[in-house]
Design a protein around this ligand. Structure first.
Ligand code: ZN
Length: 452
């Protein structure tokens, strides 16, 4: 069967994070060449974050082949140095290599345009869509099934974390997996935020299979520690950024407005959304895989561009604000601001802005690291360090830095409102509010530059 073949000569893709992505198997090449995988070139990795970090226009294609390349390198070393000798010795099964590489390559295949906003609004789920694309009637499914009839189910099981071998599952999803390692380095590079960097080569060299999954030699402990701190920093400084969340609120509200306009008058569906976007807004309609796969960033930007002069003034205004980067302003929700939020909402309405579309409460949450907590809703797989005598210790037992952030959630709740209301408001109320919010904004720890 041709799919089992190694390529006569490996192919390489130039990549700014890993140097080269090495493609050595016909199967990997065939999967990359499917229409479903090529679609990932048209879906930006960080969505509206690019409106704050203008370099961050990288796409899910690059991240997916990057995660594959890490899986390729790790399993190459596992095959060479840690191949199982006798059943049950806790070492690596070389036959799992292809499954691991394919799961890494396809782990985000179900991601769509503006995933976060889209899923929230249209009740889709990229993880469920990933499963559906792998096991449904798609080019990817046909290629996987031709390799081995049960292969699509195995790949789907790895991504769903239900596959029996914990080594394979943890390489694809755990607190230190090929997905996180690639997106942190890639997002750090493209945003220009240097604190996302860490010593990937050291981590890969000290990574090893064990009976419970994956562990790291003590020599890699500081590199692993640095990775945890980098991840913590990237969440606070990049992923939580209040300005991109202000853009996300605009996007969400303008899509809500389109949904409402179409619900009021279904005949406007195609005029408003065009044939490819229309199914998204159809009431009580579950998108088919084929419909979902046609959606990309360009389709949304083109539609929003057109909505700028649609006769509905709210839709037109929100679309203009979104395209011209006029995000809603925000203040942290805390003991200082909470007593004023109702008053602020009233003021927004008095200034002529419908609070349903021009205010929002939004929460950003992350748990940077935790050890295994059996009682947790989703228990984490802890990071284990292997000492010289072969015994295991959980990372925070050895690292005071990690111990300090273990189990500590980062949470940032914000109230969003139109900034121009403060500037243009003529009367005393606006001025008083402005003064009050200036103090709140100046004491805001999550805004790196105060003039955003
Ligand atoms: Zn990913």
């Amino acid at each position: 069967m041709h799919l089992l073949e190694k390529l006569a000569r490996e192919k390489v893709l130039r990549d700014p994070i890993h140097g080269f992505i090495h493609i050595q198997d016909q199967l990997i090449l065939d999967l990359i060449n499917t229409s479903e995988f090529q679609r990932l070139r048209r879906v930006q990795q960080l969505g509206v974050t690019a409106s704050v970090f203008h370099g961050a226009v990288h796409d899910r294609f690059g991240h997916s082949v990057g995660a594959y390349e890490l899986a390729r390198r790790i399993t190459e070393s596992f095959n060479q140095y840690y191949a199982s000798q006798t059943p049950g010795d806790g070492l690596w099964q070389p036959a799992e290599r292809m499954l691991t590489m394919v799961a890494a390559l396809l782990h985000d295949i179900g991601h769509g345009a503006f995933s976060h906003t889209f899923e929230h609004l249209f009740h889709t789920d990229h993880e469920a869509m990933t499963q559906a694309i792998i096991t449904g009637d798609t080019e990817i499914n046909h290629i996987l099934a031709a390799y081995r009839p049960d292969f699509p189910n195995e790949v789907a099981a790895v991504i769903a974390k239900s596959y029996e071998n914990p080594q394979v599952v943890q390489l694809i999803s755990s607190q230190l997996d090929v997905d996180r390692m690639d997106y942190l380095l890639r997002d750090a590079y493209y945003t220009g935020a240097a604190y996302g960097e860490f010593d990937i080569d050291r981590i890969l060299r000290t990574m090893k299979p064990c009976a419970t999954g994956i562990a790291f030699d003590i020599g890699g402990m500081h590199a692993v520690e640095d990775y945890i701190v980098s991840r913590y920093q990237m969440y606070l400084q990049v992923y939580f950024h209040p300005v991109s969340r202000g853009m996300e609120v605009l996007l969400e509200h303008l899509l809500v407005r389109v949904k409402e306009l179409i619900a009021e008058n279904p005949d406007t569906e195609v005029e408003l959304a065009g044939p490819l976007l229309a199914p998204v807004f159809r009431p009580d309609h579950d998108l088919t895989i084929a419909e979902y796969l046609r959606l990309d960033d360009h389709l949304f930007y083109t539609a929003i561009n057109g909505w700028q002069d649609y006769p509905d003034p709210i839709l037109a205004d929100l679309s203009q604000r979104f395209l011209n980067r006029k995000p809603l302003k925000s203040i942290p929700i805390n003991e200082l601001s909470t007593p004023f939020l109702a008053e602020l909402t009233d003021t927004v309405a008095e200034a002529g802005f419908d609070p349903r579309y021009y205010t929002a409460q939004n929460e950003a949450y992350d748990l940077p690291y935790d050890d295994y907590q059996p009682a947790a809703k989703k228990p984490r797989t802890q990071i284990d360090i292997v000492l010289a005598d072969g015994s295991h210790r959980e990372l925070s037992a050895l690292s005071t830095l990690v111990a300090a952030i273990k189990g500590q959630a980062s949470l940032d709740q914000r109230f969003f409102f139109p900034k121009d209301m403060l500037k243009d408001g003529p009367d005393e109320l606006f001025k008083a509010l402005h003064e009050r919010f200036r103090t709140l904004i100046q004491n805001d720890p999550f805004i790196p530059g105060k003039n955003n």
